[in-house]
Ligand binder design. Structure first.
Ligand SMILES: Nc1ccn([C@@H]2O[C@H](COP(=O)(O)OP(=O)(O)OP(=O)(O)O)[C@@H](O)[C@H]2O)c(=O)n1
Ligand SMILES: O=P(O)(O)OC[C@@H](O)[C@@H](O)[C@@H](O)CO
Length: 421
């Protein structure tokens, strides 16, 4: 599922073993400010709950041994079904508390009560911050080993001001001297657990800063690490839209063009390959004979390609397309994110009546409805092709623009539609 990477483990040095780092993801809130029908951590982004995206980001890190997701009692079964549906491997669900600090404390207790191996370092990361990369996690963990605590920070966007009792400006802070405290944060386990253990009820109920608890109760001054702009927290509805756009953008970076062996398809495949390079970061082209080679396909799929274009000349190509669907389904690639599959049909044959051609193509609607159940979004694109046509490149440019729009938009409402380049 969320395949893990071990590169950074080398960087951590030989003294570091996989059991030394765990993560606690507080996910027990109600998401009032976002105002959705369900808590924001369970709202879907590209069809998958937000908390699953964040859990995936942590599961990609091979040196994190356990991931504790802390949810409210009423959502424990929801979280367990998410774990099962999306194949999360290293997650333990723990019941949350009435405040974020109480939820985090509950997450830490599972280690203190020896229900899981106590880590040397524990990462604390809000479950509603889905864009977290290995480099910042590595930095805060290494800094926590040296300083006892560490946290990601970002420059302030707005100036901080204090108001007087009558609601007027009392004073403002010099913005350049302050930073916004973000996540991830990391702590030597004993320090943060002791801090929570000694924490008074006021701090547990009204506090918002774990780094402050380490300072106040354990005299530990956290190391502050500049983080990337992607560390922001989903708080309001606009944040959910922004997160969805970022995920779609990430999914649209690669496309694989598959052509059958006919000369016309190969030529259009070549032209599309060259033209799409100005729209999409990585464009691969393979022949249909190769995609039956599981290893080759696995490499493409494991290379995180979620977009496929099948260029077909003959009408009976649905069987070949079904084979690709079967390969994608067997590789589980569409479990995590919707896969876009664009069937490009070259209507080259002069001797087939247009009506019988169109009759066959309208089967795409039924086919698309069928494979949508596998989280594969199928679209049709008709290219009127004549290799001697002086306008051919213009037609291919139009096809590339349509293909790029379909890949970037990933709109489930348009599946089964037949567009014309
Ligand atoms: N009792 C709580 C409250 C919050 N959180 C978690 O802490 C993270 C950051 O908190 P916040 O953004 O404030 O989430 P909510 O409290 O759900 O949001 P709101 O204040 O809008 O209700 C979220 O992942 C949230 O689920 C938690 O685990 N337990
Ligand atoms: O107050 P909220 O629960 O929205 O946010 C909790 C934390 O994410 C927030 O306090 C950061 O500044 C990190 O400590």
């Amino acid at each position: 599922m969320c395949e893990s990477r071990g590169a950074a483990q080398m960087e951590l040095g030989s003294s570091w073993n996989a059991g030394s780092v765990a993560a606690v993801l507080p996910a027990g809130g109600s998401g009032e400010r976002l105002g959705a029908a369900r808590p924001k951590q369970f709202c879907a982004l590209q069809g998958r709950p937000l908390v699953s995206h964040t859990a995936c980001a942590l599961e990609r890190i091979s040196w994190i041994s356990d991931i504790i997701v802390v949810v409210s009692l009423e959502h424990i079964e929801t979280m367990k079904s998410i774990i099962q549906k999306y194949g999360h491997k290293r997650i333990t669900v723990v019941e949350g508390g009435v405040t974020r600090h109480r939820s985090i404390f509950n997450g830490l207790k599972i280690f203190a009560e020896n229900k899981l191996q106590k880590p040397e370092v524990v990462i604390i990361h809000d479950a509603v911050r889905p864009f977290v990369e290995e480099d910042i996690l590595l930095k805060v963990v290494k800094a926590a080993k040296d300083h006892g605590a560490a946290g990601a920070i970002r420059p302030l966007v707005s100036t901080v001001i204090a108001s007087s009792a009558d609601g007027c400006l009392d004073h403002s802070l010099e913005r350049a001297r302050y930073r916004a405290s973000e996540m991830p944060q990391a702590f030597l386990f004993d320090i943060i657990y002791q801090a929570y253990h000694q924490c008074n009820d006021y701090d547990l109920d009204y506090g918002t800063e774990c780094l402050h608890l380490a300072l106040k109760y354990c005299k530990t001054k956290a190391k502050l690490i500049e983080g990337s702009p992607d560390l922001w927290k989903v708080t309001y509805k606009r944040d959910l839209y922004a997160a969805e756009s970022i995920i779609k953008d990430n999914l649209s970076q690669q496309v694989c063009i598959i052509t059958d062996m006919k000369e016309d398809a190969v030529q259009v495949g070549f032209l599309l390959h060259e033209t799409l390079k100005s729209h999409i970061q990585q464009v691969r082209r393979i022949s249909v004979s190769l995609y039956k080679d599981d290893n080759y396909m696995q490499n493409i799929i494991l290379g995180q390609c979620f977009n496929f274009i099948c260029i077909r000349v003959n009408k009976s190509a649905f069987q070949e397309t079904q084979q690709l669907v079967d390969i994608l389904e067997n590789a589980n690639i569409s479990t995590l994110y919707p896969v876009v599959l664009i069937l490009v049909h070259l209507n080259v044959s002069e001797n087939t009546s247009f009506s019988s051609e169109m009759e066959d193509l309208t089967r795409i609607k039924e086919f698309a409805r069928e494979v949508k159940k596998k989280n594969i979004l199928v679209y049709g694109l008709l290219i009127h092709y004549n290799k001697d046509d002086p306008q051919l490149q213009e037609t291919v440019n139009s096809a590339a623009t349509i293909i790029s729009a379909l890949i970037k938009d990933r709109n489930p409402e348009l599946i089964g539609q037949l567009l014309v380049a």
